[in-house]
Design a protein around this ligand. Structure first.
Ligand SMILES: Nc1ncnc2c1ncn2[C@@H]1O[C@H](COP(=O)(O)OP(=O)(O)OP(=O)(O)O)[C@@H](O)[C@H]1O
Length: 311
């Protein structure tokens, strides 16, 4: 057969199929074959592909270090890669997408947001006056006091201010990296209700990475499972997961009424077994394993045994 008649698509043909000239207007996010490494480190993301339809609320589940934050930061354009990442029709490497909001935990450690500034002044300085109606709704919902001073509030209160700031301008894609972790359950409940309403009324899309599953059962429309830098399915899995879905962990097959916690636990147990199997398969100098190491004396042990300052 002439090589141009081959039925096996080349990588560029595959990329063209995933990134056509006239992309599907219903897609909010498209990622094709993304591999990303931090300097001097093994890849944090490997051959990752993802298609998210507008209006989906996706829960991103994965172990510590699976790559959730890295993926969200790349989608937000906070880290750059030449791989194809299209959010709301724009390639994030070339253009910043309007309507994309990223909220992560590192914001709260910025000294600026811990300085002696009034919450009202702070919110106006980031454009609160432009979105008065939404800002006021969020102030009520998140129970924020405009007279608080940013240097003299609790971590959870500071998080509420961050959420008010981040959500007051209307967004079409919201990327949330574990930002509900220090909210009390009441505020978290109201926040999740607001996000659900935004996606149902405006077709806004939410991608939410968390390890906290309380009160989330009715929040996601879909689930994405990230293991060692790769998504197990390109298209997020509809939630609740159909019993016949191949992505369902073997230990949950036939189980009725399992929750997100059970699902995450089953996936993470499977992931850990798989990782340990991969580690055990490596022999020689490259072999590496987590956890306790038998019959091994480290340099630090030798040093601290000799110079024991702890007594
Ligand atoms: N600045 C960095 N330099 C080198 N490696 C990094 C850096 N940040 C993250 N990594 C590595 O990239 C991988 C993915 O990290 P990432 O923070 O995306 O994981 P995560 O799924 O968000 O984890 P967690 O649930 O703990 O927040 C990990 O192996 C981590 O060690």
């Amino acid at each position: 057969m002439h090589r141009f008649e081959s039925s096996t698509p080349t990588p560029s043909q595959r990329a063209a199929a995933d990134f056509p000239l006239f992309p599907d207007p219903h897609l909010a996010i498209r990622v094709h074959d993304l591999t990303f490494s931090f300097p001097h480190a093994p890849p944090a993301l490997t051959h990752l592909s993802l298609k998210v339809t507008k209006g989906q609320r996706i829960l991103l589940i994965g172990a510590n270090g699976a790559g959730k934050s890295t993926l969200l930061q790349l989608l937000a354009g906070k880290r750059l890669t030449k791989a194809h990442i299209v959010v709301l029709g724009k390639d994030v490497f070339h253009q910043s997408s309007i309507g994309v909001t990223f909220l992560g935990t590192e914001w709260a450690s910025n000294p600026v947001v811990r300085s002696d500034i009034l919450v009202s002044a702070f919110l106006d300085s980031v454009g609160g006056w432009r979105h008065k109606a939404r800002r006021d709704r969020l102030l009520d919902l998140l129970d924020v006091d405009l007279d608080w001073h940013m240097h003299a509030i609790s971590d959870g209160e500071r998080r509420r201010v961050q959420l008010c700031m981040g959500l007051m301008a209307p967004w079409d894609v919201l990327l949330l990296d574990e930002v509900t972790v220090d909210l009390d359950v009441l505020v978290r409940h109201h926040l999740l209700g607001f996000l659900k309403e935004e996606s149902e009324l405006r077709g806004a899309t939410v991608l939410y990475a968390t390890h906290i599953f309380d009160g989330l059962t009715t929040f996601p429309t879909h689930i994405a499972h990230l293991h060692l830098g790769s998504l197990t399915t390109t298209e997020p899995i509809p939630w609740p997961i159909a019993p016949s879905h191949p992505g369902l962990p073997a230990s949950l097959r036939g189980t009725v009424g399992y929750g997100l916690w059970d699902l995450a636990l089953a996936w993470l147990e499977e992931d850990r077994e798989r990782r340990r199997g991969d580690e055990a398969a490596v022999v020689g100098r490259e072999a590496h394993k987590r956890g306790a190491r038998k019959e091994e004396t480290t340099d630090s042990e030798v040093f601290y045994k000799k110079y024991d300052y702890s007594h």
